[in-house]
Each structure stands twice: as structure tokens, then as C-alpha cells.
Design a protein around this ligand. Structure first.
Ligand SMILES: NC(=O)c1ccc[n+]([C@@H]2O[C@H](COP(=O)([O-])OP(=O)(O)OC[C@H]3O[C@@H](n4cnc5c(N)ncnc54)[C@H](O)[C@@H]3O)[C@@H](O)[C@H]2O)c1
Length: 357
């Protein structure tokens, strides 16, 4: 197998701290198992933007697209850049620029101790969300009129194309088929958004016909939030639009034990040979930055998804198992009930993953 190049963008706030630990994990696995991977660390983020105005240069973007198999990203967002110009250019530059239309977010709990629902255990929280990643309100269509006056108007358009809707729904069904899951649930708000989300509902019903044996269920997104809390076992795969996916996956992260536990992949699902991007669901958590407080586990779990995507199977399951053990033994950061700092919690997991891999 030829060497797979992985671009690394730590980003802002806690991003570089947790990404650094994920890189150590990948490097140690490379050394021990001879994994054909090579890291390419990029100086991109708020510091760089404030230093010289650089956000996401075209030559870097092109180089990633043509030379890299994956990107490992930390988090973007810095209070010194209130307009988030750099974050938008880098994050959306990858998601939109590489057409990574599926934002795949497993909601899988790894410790009974972290489940916030009465009477539930970790095995009750195990589903995956496919969030549309290239359309919706995130395309930035809209504007403001009479800003700062009593008559001002603010508009953001919700953009939904047949192509965009169909391919994310199909990606959800394909994942269910490949992983022997029997239920796909699509969440929209077609009762209120009667044009845009009628397109979702109609497309969902049409695509579902191609997947006999998989139950296709439709719910309104408000009801989805209720059901996720009442009984998360009723879901295998959830597919939804960009905005609703953003919101319900934070709710999903709460079911897993918090944002420090939630991993994600951004992929062009119908062509696995294209560069894909892996990142924890959490943001840059500025108040935690530089204090050795950030939970590195979401970054580890994202690195596990990256290895699976590159064809290195088995490592993701080992990482999950060891993170689960760390949680059970309290070898973790404060947000998930431990006493360790970022570095110590990471070292505990890295040693065991490397010795058991
Ligand atoms: N993909 C991304 O890069 C991304 C995603 C979300 C938010 N953001 C940006 O991050 C910045 C902060 O946003 P926010 O505060 O709304 O979200 P956040 O995810 O940074 O933090 C939300 C809460 O979760 C906690 N948290 C998050 N990650 C944690 C970790 N690894 N360990 C322990 N606790 C953790 C934080 O302390 C905070 O209480 C903003 O600039 C926002 O735009 C970026």
C-alpha cells in the first residue's frame, strides 16, 4: 500500500492540544505496526490569520486535495477573530471545497457512568447521524437590510437541491446496508418548511424504495429531539439537513457524555478515494485552552474513524475499547468525571492502544 499523507490542522483554542495527542497516537501506531502514513502539519488558524492575514490559501487547498488521503482537524474559532473569517475559510473551504457532503457523527456511548438518562446504560445509546454538509443555511445566501434601524431585516436562505438531498439520504441508506442496520430515520420540518422539506420527504420516500428490508421512518425534527431522550434505542441511522444535524448531534453528544466524547467524519460518501476530513464535534472551547483541561478522547475517536476510512481496520474498535476502559477507571479529564489533565489522560490511552493494537 502506498503511503497515505494526512494533513494536520490543529486550529484554535483547545484544537492544537487535543490534535497533538491524536497525532502522537497515530505516529506511535505507525512506528509499531508499520502503518504507511505520513503527517503533514499545517500552520493554519487564528494565530496565523492575525500574524499575516492567511486563512486557507488556494495552493494549500489544492495540495491537500491532490496529495492527501485525509485531514485531521482540531477546532476553529477564536474570540480575537469575532467575525470567524479564518474559521469559515478553512472549515467551509474543506467541507464545500472538497464537496464533503456527508458529515458522519456516531452517537455511541462508551461508559454507563456518562449516560444522563435514568435507567439507561451505554448499550442503549448507539446510533449514527448523517448530517448534510454542503447546503442549507450554511451556504451564506442572504443579507441584511436597513441594518441598525428599527426596520432592519436579516435573511438567511435555506438551500436544498435535489442532488444534495438525494445523495445524503442515499449515503445513510448505504451505510445502514453495509453495516447491517435495519432502520433509517429522516428528520425534517416539512410541516412548516413546506417547499424545502417537502423535497426532503419526497426524496426520502423515493430513495427508500430501493432499500427493501430497511425500515424508512420520517419524523419532524422537534419530535426527534423528544424521542432521542425518551428512548434512544429506537434509532440506528438518522439523516437530516445541515442545520438540524448540527443541533441534534450536540444533543447526541450529551447522551454520550459531552462534547469531549463526540467524533466525526466529513466525507464525499460516494467516492472513498477523495480526501476526507476528521474532527471532534466540539469547538475550540476558548476558556479551556492552554490549561491541560481539554478532553482528548473525541480527537482519538476521530483519529480511529480516519484509520478505518484509510483501510486500516481494527484500530477504531481498539481505540473505542481503551477509551471506554479509561472512562470506567477514571483515567480521564474532569468533564467526564476524572482527575487527569489532557496530557495524562491521553498518555494512559495511547500506551494501551499501542500495546494492544
Ligand atoms: N468544527 C469546529 O471547529 C467548531 C464547532 C463548534 C464550535 N466552534 C467554535 O468554537 C468556539 C467555541 O464555541 P462553543 O463554546 O459554542 O462550543 P465548544 O464546543 O467549544 O464548547 C461547548 C462546551 O463544551 C465544552 N467542551 C468542548 N470540547 C471539550 C473538550 N474537548 N473537553 C472538555 N470540554 C469540552 C466547553 O468547555 C463548553 O462548555 C466558537 O468560536 C465556535 O464558533 C467550532
Amino acid at each position: 500500500m502506498s503511503t497515505k499523507k494526512i494533513a494536520v490542522v490543529g486550529g484554535d483554542g483547545i484544537g492544537p492540544e487535543v490534535t497533538k495527542q491524536a497525532v502522537v497516537l497515530l505516529e506511535r501506531l505507525r512506528e509499531k505496526k508499520g502503518l504507511p502514513i505520513e503527517m503533514w502539519e499545517l500552520d493554519l488558524g487564528a494565530d496565523r490569520y492575525l500574524r499575516d492575514g492567511t486563512t486557507f490559501p488556494k495552493e494549500i487547498s489544492d495540495q491537500i486535495r491532490t496529495e492527501c488521503a485525509a485531514v485531521l482537524l482540531g477546532a476553529m474559532g477564536d474570540p480575537r477573530v469575532p467575525g470567524l473569517e479564518h474559521a469559515r475559510d478553512i472549515l467551509f473551504g474543506m467541507r464545500f471545497g472538497y464537496d464533503l457532503y456527508a458529515n458522519v457523527r456516531p452517537v455511541k456511548a462508551l461508559s454507563d457512568r456518562l449516560i444522563p438518562l435514568k435507567g439507561r446504560t451505554a448499550k442503549d445509546v448507539d446510533f449514527i447521524v448523517f448530517r448534510e454538509n454542503t447546503e442549507g443555511v450554511y451556504v451564506g445566501f442572504g443579507g441584511q437590510f436597513k441594518k441598525g434601524t428599527p426596520d432592519e431585516i436579516g435573511i438567511n436562505e435555506d438551500v436544498n437541491t435535489r442532488k444534495g438531498v438525494e445523495r445524503i439520504i442515499r449515503a445513510a441508506f448505504e451505510w445502514a446496508k453495509k453495516n447491517d442496520k435495519k432502520r433509517v430515520c429522516m428528520a425534517d420540518k416539512s410541516n412548516a418548511m413546506t417547499f424545502a422539506h417537502e423535497l426532503w420527504l419526497r426524496t426520502f420516500r423515493e430513495v427508500a424504495k430501493e432499500y427493501a428490508g430497511i425500515e424508512a421512518r420520517h419524523v419532524y425534527v422537534d419530535a426527534l429531539c423528544l424521542y432521542m431522550i425518551q428512548d434512544p434505542t429506537q434509532f440506528d441511522v438518522i439523516v437530516t439537513n445541515n442545520l438540524f444535524g448540527d443541533i441534534v448531534t450536540d444533543l447526541g453528544a450529551a447522551l454520550q457524555g459531552g462534547l469531549g466524547m463526540a467524533a466525526s467524519a466529513n466525507v464525499h460518501a460516494s467516492d472513498g478515494s477523495r480526501v476526507a476530513m476528521f474532527e471532534p464535534v466540539h469547538g475550540s472551547a476558548p476558556p479551556l485552552a492552554g490549561k491541560d483541561l481539554a478532553n482528548p478522547f473525541a480527537a482519538f475517536l476521530s483519529a480511529g474513524m480516519l484509520l478505518t476510512h484509510l483501510g486500516f481496520t481494527g484500530y477504531e474498535a481498539t481505540i473505542e475499547r481503551i477509551v471506554s476502559a479509561a472512562l470506567d477507571e477514571g483515567k480521564c479529564t474532569k468533564d467526564v468525571g476524572g482527575e487527569l489533565g489532557t496530557r495524562a489522560a491521553a498518555a494512559w490511552v495511547i500506551e494501551r492502544v499501542v500495546s494492544e493494537a
